[in-house]
Ligand binder design. Sequence first.
Ligand code: HEM
Length: 67
Amino acid sequence: MAFGAGARHCIGRHLAEYLCTHFLSGVLREFDLVPVHDVVVKFLATVSVTPSSVPVRLVPRPIYEFV
Ligand code: HEM
C-alpha cells in the first residue's frame, strides 16, 4: 500500500509509477545487468517474498555510433 488507500490516497500515484517506469527503462537502456554469483540472498516472507538483495552489476553498454 505504498500510495495509501481510501479518500486521501495519493493523487500522484500514476505520475510516480510513470516516472519509475521511465527511470528503470532508462537504466536498462544504458546498462547491462550482469549477475553477481558470490552474494548470499535471503528471502523474507512479508506481504510478498522479499529478497535481501538483488545481486547484479550495472555495466555501461558500449556506445555505438552510426556514421
Ligand atoms: C513513489 C512516489 C510516491 C509515493 C510512495 C507516495 C505516497 C503517498 C502516500 C502514502 C500518501 C498518503 C495516502 C493516504 O493518506 O492514504 C500520499 C498522498 C499524496 N500524494 Fe503521494 N506519493 C508519491 C508520489 C506523489 C507525486 C509524484 C505526487 C504529485 C505530483 C503526489 C501527491 C500527493 C498528494 C497531493 C497527496 C495528498 C492527497 C490527499 O491528502 O488528499 N504523490 N502519497
